[in-house]
Unconditional design. Sequence first.
Length: 94
Amino acid sequence: MLLAVARGGGAFTVPWPPVGAGWTRVGTVLGPTVAWEQTSIQEPDVAWTGSQFRMLAKGGWAATALGRYTSPDGLTWTPYAGNPVLGGGGSGFA
């Protein structure tokens, strides 16, 4: 199970359960790095596809936009090159 927890500064902290053990805090795994994300990445929607995690998350506070990310393990996230996929000037839908 993957649990993403929003914290101050707009980054995510992920407690990750190793097999046969309790929850382990691994720290921040994703934070804002580009202009459209402004100061936060928030409200993640994460799904396991059978081979990778896929996430849609909102970036920014003032002019929010939606971005797409993928991860093989829930700890290392790669943003979609076409982000934002909705709003923020990326899609034509504000």
